[in-house]
Structure formats: structure tokens, C-alpha cells
Design a protein around this ligand. Sequence first.
Ligand code: ADP
Ligand code: MG
Length: 182
Amino acid sequence: MDSFSVYEDKISFFHKNGKLHKIRTINHDHTIFVAGELGKILKKGDIVCLDGDLGAGKTVFISGIAKAAGIKGVIPSPTFTILIEHENAEIPFYHFDVYRLGNEEEFYDLGFDEYLYGKGICAVEWASRIPGVFPGNSIQVFMFREDYDNSEYRQILFYFPENDKRFELFTERIKNYDNPCK
Ligand code: ADP
Ligand code: MG
């Protein structure tokens, strides 16, 4: 079965008419590189929503974004805290893992929507669990393993809103990347 089709109902919960870019990475460092190219074009107020199974590489991807956005030090997984705030860069970086949230109400009750409209960049693991909280200009990233257990290959799907200049900026940066997934 085409591996994309498994996720079809979750993919692009915002961007039905948006732009899609697909990339294949061959290992952890390649994912860091690709994520870094995205991180370099992000600005205050930008939101990256990530989905994909456990071990797909969401936390790795976010650490690549964070490093490129100037965050220093280790980027731990926020699984047990929901939110880790990194303030040691010009633009603050907010790393969410909303796996344990049951619904959108819980996100609002914790006051987390303030971060989405705040002064930083937000990256959110398991965002499709609470799709209603994210504004329509969020970037959506979907990751999955190609050969389930024994491969380091990952397919990474990027969805950008329609007519979003970040799509052009990002694809221009990675056009020479040597292993695109066509
Ligand atoms: P998630 O946050 O999606 O549960 P993690 O980022 O915590 O996943 O873990 C991904 C694991 O897969 C890491 O141990 C990482 O080293 C490994 N890995 C192997 N190949 C890749 C790849 N191409 N991209 C990202 N991670 C990879
Ligand atoms: Mg994770």
C-alpha cells in the first residue's frame, strides 16, 4: 500500500488547497539538515505542526529547527511536560508535545494559545490531535518511516498555505538537497 494513504485523513488538516513538498531523508543528520533549512526561514509568530508515529523523528526534526533558529544546547523531548520554553535566543522557541492532551479545551485551559499568538516560534508534536487550535497559516509537517522497523529512511511531507512565500523560500533553500523524494 502507498504509505501516504495510511495517513491521508490526517494529512493537511489545514491546507486542502495548499502547497506540498516531499523529502526523503536517509538518517538522523539529514533530517536535522532539512529541518534546519526550514528553521532558517522561520520568524516570530510562525507555527510548525508535526505529526507521525512514535519514533518517526518529530523531536529530531524540531531540534534541527531550534538549532537553526539560534537555540543553544540540548533539545529534550517534552513528552512529560507538554511545553518546553527555550528563551536563550533572539526569538523564543516553544516546543510542545500535545500527545497527552485529550482535546482542544485542555490546550486552552492551560493557556497555551497565548504562545501561538506570542513573540516566539512554536513547534508542536502530535498537532493533529488538536487541529482546531492552530491558525490557518501554520506549516504542517508529516513524518513517517518508509520500511517500518529497520530503515533510517523517513518521508517528510511539508504542507504550506496557499500563496505562502515561505514555500518558495524553503524549496529554494533545499533544491540542491541530493535525495528528494519525487
Ligand atoms: P518522535 O519524536 O517522532 O517520537 P524521535 O525524534 O524522538 O521521534 O526519534 C526518532 C528516532 O529515530 C531517533 O532515535 C533518531 O536517531 C532515529 N532516526 C533514524 N533515522 C532517522 C531519520 N532519517 N530522521 C530522524 N530520525 C531518525
Ligand atoms: Mg517526540
